[in-house]
Design a protein around this ligand. Structure first.
Ligand code: DGT
Ligand code: CA
Ligand code: CA
Length: 586
């Protein structure tokens, strides 16, 4: 597997972070940050290009030195400078940067003034009240840090799917080609596409487990070995994530896949079903007495207990076994069904690329249309658009649509839902847009009743189409809004609005169970990347995974429609809303 532009950018970001912690020249720090941004926004993957022997394309701000580093990282995943920096500062210190609310400047202060190197030490110092005395911290910051740290250091911490899946894929890729290895699969909650993951579960199919185990334990990503046996091992990865590896013989591959994919509740339910047929299911196969009657493939295992194969995303013991037995499993949505993306940012607000770069990236991602939905003015940190800037963007979209082939840009906005439920831009502006996506970005802690009224008032708005990231949770950092989501879903149904399933790794919002509720109410779902850069369309894959966990079919998802069908829905929503508006009076 080659090193992605995002991975190259991440190395540059890390170098910039450490240089900043060390107090390096700000220009030097900025050069690495700019390089990170340029590389991650670049439309073509660089590593395969370089591997073919091509020279690096000219990129703004990338001189000879940085170009050399890009080549080094593309070839090896790292570079000499980064390795040296890792030797100079305690490696753990970089993990301090992952604590919400502290950047390099603060890490530097904590290290120099208090000798703090790890999140654990920081929590201890905060509890002792030593942090608030530092320049630029204060009691409120200390309290916020303490809260973030307690969450981060809590046992049973769960990680966003996309992050863990990438690590799992990298491990699997590093093992592929190992002698005697027939296949390697990431199982567990990752294969079920659960939004958060506790640990990685890898399944290796081989007749020579010892060779595979040795290779696995020697991988650079593997830190501490926690337990090991002839066919299993548990390790702590350097990233801080735990991983299990199990080796199994080819004739048991299917049974082992079923077992290690889980969920545990699903396994227990199918075991019960097997028992009724006097069969025994384990990771080694399906047995009648001592005789193995199935096990090589998953389909064979399910067939042995009278079921069609059940997609991994449904294996939660939430009715999938009864549905399978009645031959009523839904035909789940697939990534290829998505024709568009209704939530995309550009440099107009806090994105990293311009309209055209996002349009081209969308086309490469197989999309036929995208809605440009930059932030509105209230979201100041994101440099939200006011009326004048939005109108200029609309002209730019017209001009671009006139010369673009293969992808159409829709005019939209991610408009702030203000504390009282009003929208952040006047009607005369919203009325000119193709699509209005509304979202909460502040006042997360209103009383439960008021929060619902706020969202309902927004949904009532005649120009409103889709409620973005409805719960507003951020995995590991922000709890969901305290609001009756079922009531929000019913309100959306009554008003003909859609709900978004936001596929950003930290969001994954709507939840799977709420997808199912929305489906039952006939609320269209928009699976959206909320892309802030060209590579972010990759996240749609995880959004589709979550939709599948919510039993959604192609017809439940509004951005599977053709552009004409979509426009019809958007238009119908506006005219329905305005007639209701007239009925109810202004
Ligand atoms: P996670 O890691 O918390 O995100 O969730 P999983 O589902 O990956 O759980 P994990 O890693 O504890 O176990 C991986 C799979 O192994 C799980 O999905 C099903 C299977 N498994 C684990 N423990 C048991 C058990 O006690 N009984 C059965 N039947 N299966 C189990
Ligand atoms: Ca797991
Ligand atoms: Ca596990």
């Amino acid at each position: 597997m080659s090193v992605s532009n995002a991975a190259i950018a991440a190395v540059f970001e890390e170098i910039a972070d450490i240089l900043e912690i060390e107090g390096a020249n700000p220009y030097r720090v900025r050069a690495y940050r700019n390089a990170a941004r340029t590389v991650s926004a670049y439309g073509t993957e660089l590593a395969p290009l370089l591997a073919r022997g091509a020279t690096l394309p000219k990129m703004p701000g990338i001189g000879e030195d940085l170009a050399g580093k890009i080549a080094e990282i593309a070839a090896t995943g790292s570079c000499a400078l980064r390795e040296r920096l890792h030797r100079e500062v305690p490696a753990a210190i970089v993990s301090l940067l992952q604590v919400a609310g502290i950047g390099p400047k603060r890490v530097k202060l904590l290290y120099h003034d208090l000798g703090i190197e790890t999140p654990e030490q920081l929590l201890e110092a905060a509890r002792a009240g030593r942090v608030q005395r530092l320049h630029g911290f204060g009691a409120r910051t200390e309290a916020r840090l303490m809260e973030a740290l307690q969450r981060q250091l809590a046992p049973g911490r769960r990680y966003p799917l996309a992050d863990v899946a990438a690590q799992g894929e990298a491990l699997a890729a590093a093992l592929r080609g190992c002698r005697g290895l027939r296949s390697i699969t990431v199982c567990g909650s990752v294969r079920r596409m659960r939004d958060t993951v506790g640990d990685l579960d890898l399944l290796a199919v081989t007749r020579t487990p010892a060779t595979v185990m040795r290779r696995f334990l020697g991988l650079p990503a593997v830190g501490e070995v926690l337990t090991r046996g002839p066919t299993r091992a548990t390790v702590m990865l350097r990233s801080g994530l735990q991983a299990d590896l199990r080796a199994i013989a080819p004739e048991a591959e299917g049974a082992a896949l079923v077992y290690f994919t889980g969920s545990k509740a699903h396994n227990i339910a199918i075991r019960r079903r097997a028992q009724k047929r006097r069969l025994k299911i384990s990771e080694y196969g399906v047995f009648r007495g001592a005789r193995r009657i199935a096990g090589a493939t998953e389909a064979e295992v399910y067939a042995a207990i009278g079921l069609p194969p059940i997609p991994p995303e449904l294996r939660e013991d939430r009715g999938e076994i009864a549905a399978a037995a009645a031959d009523q499993l839904p035909r789940l949505i697939e990534r290829a069904d998505l024709r568009g993306d209704l939530h995309v940012h550009t440099i107009g607000s806090d994105g990293t690329a311009d309209l055209e770069a996002m349009a081209q990236a969308a086309r490469r991602a197989g999309l036929q249309y995208i809605a440009i939905t930059d932030h509105s003015r209230s979201t100041r940190v994101a440099h939200g658009l006011d009326e004048a800037r939005l109108l200029r963007q609309l002209d730019a979209i017209d001009a671009l649509n006139a010369r673009l082939d293969g992808v159409v840009l829709l005019k939209g906005i991610e408009v702030d839902i203000l504390a009282d439920g009003r929208l952040d831009l006047p009607d005369r502006v919203l009325g000119r847009l193709d699509i209005v996506v509304g979202a909460v970005h502040a006042h997360f802690d209103l009383p439960r009743r008021r929060q619902l009224l706020r969202l309902q008032r927004a949904l009532d708005h005649r120009h409103f189409h889709v409620l973005a990231h409805p719960s507003c949770r951020l995995i590991g950092t922000r709890e969901p809004l305290d609001v009756d989501i079922s009531a929000v879903i019913r309100s959306a149904a009554q008003r003909g609005c859609g709900l978004e399933l936001n596929a950003q790794p930290q969001r994954m919002d709507l939840l799977d169970t709420h997808c199912r509720e929305a489906q039952a109410q006939g609320v269209p779902i928009s699976i959206a990347s909320d892309a802030h850069g060209p590579r972010d369309f990759d996240w749609l894959h995880y959004g589709v995974g979550q939709a599948r966990r919510g039993w959604l079919r192609r017809e439940d998802v509004v951005n599977t429609r053709t552009l004409d069908e979509l426009r019809q829905w958007l238009g119908a929503r506006s005219s329905q809303a305005s007639s209701e508006h007239r009925r109810r009076g202004p």
